[in-house]
Ligand binder design. Structure first.
Ligand SMILES: O=c1[nH]c(=O)c2[nH]c(=O)[nH]c2[nH]1
Length: 282
């Protein structure tokens, strides 16, 4: 029996990069975590320990910081495109470069309506994401967001599901709908205005979530994906992850009180885990 290497990749993960963009009278601040993964002709590294074709992950990490100086000034997608182009063009043994960027979002402070020139708030759960994958045949850009907390206090129902001997869940026509949304969408091209598109798509996601008369998380997930595809020709397909962050009405009857859909217990686990992709027909 002959044994041979199967699929493999290597690279540097979690290259944490922060940068200041210094303007005369104000600063911008950006923070991103970059992960690089190379695919290519690395069989001899695995089989005989020959590193002749192995660009060290330490060099990959340094390249991220060095190219950031000139090239990390715009959207994360643009920086991912630059990095992937650099690694693919310089390394003939590499057939595919995957660069993932996760941006931590900082918001400028404002006082009495005036933006502060160099102080920010942040550390929130929402991140902006992109994965740029480049081969000689082409480049794909899959962008999105994660950690986006969404909640609405009405316009959410869950009824009409099958009941068996283990069903205790009461049907409800008015519940809290809450999720920590993760979305990723594939763009149709690598040459788009990713900054404008990101904000337009995010806004469309929020608006649909808020306006939708939800019959389930699944129903809302599809409505969000459908709206984003309808409004953005630049989006080929979108995948959403929407865990159901349950808020369960708390029973106040033992205390002689009625709970008129106002007092809930928020539970961490277990939680419903709803995922879906919305795509275009050929
Ligand atoms: O929106 C929902 N979808 C489900 O699949 C489900 N299952 C459940 O118990 N509650 C809910 N809510």
């Amino acid at each position: 029996m002959r044994i041979k290497p199967g699929a493999n990749t290597y690279g540097k993960n979690a290259v944490n990069l922060s940068r200041i963009i210094r303007h005369e009278d104000y600063h911008e601040f950006r923070q991103v975590s970059v992960s690089v993964a190379l695919t290519g002709d690395f069989d001899t590294a695995h089989t005989v320990g020959d590193n002749a074709l192995i660009l060290p992950t330490d060099t990959q990490k340094n390249t991220v910081y060095a190219l950031a100086r000139e090239h990390f000034t715009g959207p994360i997608e643009a920086f991912g495109l630059t990095l992937s182009q650099h690694f693919l063009s310089r390394n003939p043994q590499v057939s595919q470069v995957r660069v993932e960027l996760v941006e931590h979002l900082w918001q400028r402070m404002a006082f009495d309506g005036a933006a502060h020139p160099h102080a920010f708030t942040g550390g929130g759960s929402e991140k902006r994401t992109t994965v740029v994958t480049r081969t000689a045949a082409g480049t794909t850009v899959v962008s999105g967001l994660k950690g986006l907390m969404l909640l609405k206090t009405t316009d959410s129902a869950f009824v009409g599901y099958p009941k068996d001997e283990f069903t205790v869940l009461p049907e409800t026509t008015d519940r809290i709908l809450a999720t920590e949304c993760e979305a990723s969408w594939e763009y149709t091209s690598a040459g788009l205005d990713f900054e404008v598109l990101h904000h337009r798509i995010r806004q469309s996601l929020l608006r649909t979530f808020s306006e939708h008369k939800s019959l389930s998380v699944q129903h809302t997930l599809y409505a969000i994906g459908e709206k984003i595809l309808q409004e953005n020709d630049e989006v080929k397909e979108i995948s959403l992850i929407m865990p159901n962050k349950h808020h369960i009405p708390f029973n106040l009857e033992p205390f002689g009180m009625a709970n008129t859909n106002e007092i809930f217990v928020a539970t961490d686990a277990p939680f419903g885990y709803i995922t879906g992709t919305v795509t275009r027909e050929e």
